[in-house]
Ligand binder design. Structure first.
Ligand SMILES: NC(=O)c1ccc[n+]([C@@H]2O[C@H](COP(=O)([O-])OP(=O)(O)OC[C@H]3O[C@@H](n4cnc5c(N)ncnc54)[C@H](OP(=O)(O)O)[C@@H]3O)[C@@H](O)[C@H]2O)c1
Length: 310
């Protein structure tokens, strides 16, 4: 990275390459990096819908086409200080037809990225993992095939760390929420039910959730990148990123009703729990040093549920 144009005494601007920049967390991260003055690059698929905003317009895009060469070319051209790897395919309960896509998005693409980083001598990687890699405790114990593929790419990262001088922090996230979420997750469904009065079919609702506001997640990625750029040891580390406030699904709906001042029609028990439902998320690793969530659940939810509260 060149320092041409940098003001004497100020740190040079950093450059980042983000995968998953069209997704929920990745787009929030890319926008924050742009606002903070980073030069931001994204590896995207041709068919993706790139979010439109002034910040996203300043992100340099490189197309990946499934071949390792396209990712090698992208990383060599961007030559970032840090790679943020957030691209992933999430499927809670897979069918046979999902297996190839899960492997392609969560293992193959990640492996291509690591190879590209090794070839371009890009050392710092912040990788997104999931709390679902730990169904019953601190040991690896995947909830589903999605979590197993996230573990597989982590094992591949460990090889590149040992053999190629890459340094990595994996942030294992609990459930995230926030504005501009196109994933049709629970909160959008609750808002829709409140608006339309159409009852929402849910499970009995006793499962406990650990929800974290997306801006806090983005801050955690920045803290992790700072640690890597400062040369933290050991070369591979992973940390849990938790919102710090746990509620059952029933308590969450009650809190949303309170914030919105509206009733949310829910048919509790109309759906069964998933066969491997996470009833209480396990605590499995230390929290990220120097970081803690700034938003309480009530504050974060207000930003999503009350237009104009942000
Ligand atoms: N959000 C959560 O609650 C949560 C919880 C635990 C862990 N995580 C982890 O956090 C990260 C971000 O999650 P998210 O919810 O923001 O994801 P998301 O909204 O589902 O977005 C996924 C992103 O990955 C990209 N992607 C998928 N397959 C790809 C491939 N083969 N090649 C290139 N790009 C590909 C998608 O691109 P297209 O636009 O082309 O589809 C999209 O940009 C993921 O690694 C996820 O496992 C998230």
């Amino acid at each position: 990275m060149g320092t041409k144009g940098a003001v004497v005494g100020e740190p040079p601007p950093r450059s980042a390459l983000v995968t998953g920049a069209t997704g929920f967390v990745g787009s929030h991260l890319a926008k924050r990096l742009v606002r903070d003055g980073w030069s931001v690059h994204a590896v995207v698929r041709a068919a993706c819908e790139f979010p439109e905003s002034d910040e996203m317009a300043r992100v340099h895009r490189y197309l990946c086409d499934g071949r390792v060469e396209s990712v090698i070319d992208a990383v060599a051209a961007a030559k970032p200080d840090v790679v943020f790897h957030l691209a992933s395919l999430f499927i809670a309960q897979h069918q046979a037809a999902d297996v190839d896509r899960l492997v392609e998005s969560n293992i193959l693409f990640g492996s291509q990225l690591l190879e590209a980083m090794a070839q371009a001598r890009v050392a710092c990687l912040v990788n997104a993992g999931t709390s679902w890699q730990h169904f019953h405790g601190p040991d690896y114990d995947p909830v589903n095939l999605y979590a197993a593929t996230k573990q597989a790419v982590t094992d591949i990262i460990r090889y590149y760390v040992d053999a190629c001088g890459i340094r990595c922090i994996t942030l294992k996230l609990f459930d995230t929420y926030g504005p501009d979420d196109r994933r049709r997750k629970l909160l959008s469904l609750l808002i829709q039910a409140a608006r339309t009065g159409e009852p929402l079919a849910l499970s009995p609702g006793e499962q406990v959730m650990d929800l974290i506001f997306v801006e806090d997640v983005v801050e955690a990625f920045l803290v992790a990148s700072g640690m890597l750029l400062d040369g933290c040891e050991p070369a591979y580390q992973d940390f849990a990123v938790s919102g710090g406030q746990r509620v059952s699904l029933r308590e969450l709906v009650k809190l949303c009703e309170e914030i919105m001042g509206a009733r949310i029609p829910v048919n509790w028990g109309a759906r069964a729990y998933r066969p491997r439902e996470v009833m209480v998320p396990e605590w499995f690793a230390d929290g990220l040093p120097g970081w803690r969530p700034r938003y309480s659940l009530r504050e974060g939810l207000s930003r999503v549920l009350l237009p104009g509260a942000a």
